[in-house]
Design a protein around this ligand. Structure first.
Ligand code: HEM
Length: 353
């Protein structure tokens, strides 16, 4: 599948779109279904959006820990906060993000990518060298952290242990990284620093996953693509989302998509399935950059939807603009880091010129 447009000197340029099949285990869209062991799976676009915006569905509670630890960080950031604390904490992150100019983020991400490619040999692993370090370094500079390189390394350690239920060994390393990050933040009350760190941690793996997926799908050795980077990234986010799902728990008995969910039900909202719902996207399996409508669910929706969506697209766009100019993917099999809801490639090898 592709599209024809006219390039320089009136010659036809054919874009050949990647064919991005659903990841193994992605369910088809249907009414909410109870899956023994993991709770209710919600797969239809309208149902996922309804659950994200209905107060009967809460983010699962997390335990806290001594100040300065990973458990304390989780319990202090807006992402895992209960409704009564969420708005004020979210406002800390939203205010900090409002100070950042996405065009500048994009420019800085591109500049840093060029500098790193100039220093690389003729091959490079996008995941190790660029996908985490570049967005984190740019964000850490802009958010005023001292020693942005050290901050980036510490954020990656925290991100690996951030979602509840992680291996205790990772959590112990993450405790030290949280303490280091608190010391690198600009002076501010503890809760403000926690939510600045929260921005970096939220940005880390999801943005890296987007960059990795885009590099894998778009830097094909044979077929350069001419469509706008932003439109390409949006389709990658839809068809190969770095955040495949998010969790909720019902606080009351609630009816969703024609099913009755009892109070206290665990719910998994499947962005990967909902982004392929034929009721929301015409020919959902087709990669079509610039498709109309704003139905993408990969950034969530409602009061807890991602406040860093434009920033993520700007950072990934800056990296991708340069990769498209200078890199082609080495055809190696793609593997992903083990994670229940995130999808981050382990390595994406490219040749560099
Ligand atoms: C491709 C990259 C990204 C994706 C796919 C993504 C996706 C998401 C999703 C789905 C949520 C909501 C989770 C839920 O409702 O359960 C979320 C929340 C959040 N994201 Fe992102 N995100 C990305 C990048 C970023 C970046 C770059 C930042 C900051 C610079 C950021 C900051 C946040 C914050 C602070 C929250 C919590 C919001 C709240 O507590 O209300 N994200 N993100």
């Amino acid at each position: 599948m592709g599209s024809e447009r006219f390039g320089l000197y009136g010659r036809a340029v054919i874009d050949v779109w990647p064919d991005i099949a659903p990841v193994a285990g992605t369910p088809a869209c249907g009414p909410p279904a109870f899956e023994p062991g993991s709770g209710w799976w919600v797969t239809r676009h309208a149902d996922v959006r309804a659950a994200l915006t209905d107060p009967a569905f809460r983010v699962p509670a997390v335990d806290s820990g001594p100040p300065g630890t990973l458990a304390w960080l989780r319990a202090s950031v807006s992402r895992f906060s209960p409704p009564q604390r969420h708005a004020e904490r979210r406002a800390i992150g939203v205010t900090a993000l409002a100070e950042l100019n996405p065009d500048e983020l994009r420019h800085e991400a591109a500049r840093l990518t060029v500098a790193l490619l100039d220093r690389a040999g003729d091959h490079l692993d996008v995941m190790r060298e660029l996908a985490r370090p570049v967005p984190l370094r740019v964000l850490a500079v802009q958010l005023g952290l001292v020693d942005p390189a050290a901050a980036g390394t510490a954020v990656a350690v925290v991100a690996a242990a951030y979602h509840p239920g992680v291996d205790p060994a990772l959590a112990e390393r993450a405790d030290r990284a949280v303490a280091a990050l608190l010391a690198l933040c600009p002076p501010a009350p503890l809760e403000v620093r926690a939510n600045l760190i929260g921005l970096l941690v939220q940005a880390c793996d999801a943005t890296a996953g987007l960059i990795g997926a885009a590099a894998h799908h778009l830097l094909s050795p044979a077929v350069p693509i001419t469509a706008r980077t932003a439109d390409l990234l949006t389709e990658v986010l839809r068809l190969d989302p770095p955040v495949r799902a998010t969790r909720r728990v019902t606080v009351d008995a609630v009816r969703l998509g024609g099913r009755d969910l009892p109070a206290g039900s665990a719910v998994l909202l499947r962005f990967d399935a909902a982004n392929r719902d034929p009721r929301a996207f015409a020919e959902p399996e087709t990669f079509r950059p610039g498709r109309p409508g704003a139905g993408l669910l990969t950034f969530g929706a409602g009061e807890r939807g991602c406040p860093g969506d434009r920033h993520a697209l700007a950072l990934a766009g800056g990296v991708l603009d340069v990769l498209r100019e200078r890199c082609r993917r080495t055809p190696t099999p793609l593997r992903h880091e083990p994670h229940p809801t995130l999808r981050v490639p382990t390595t994406v090898e490219v040749s560099v010129r």
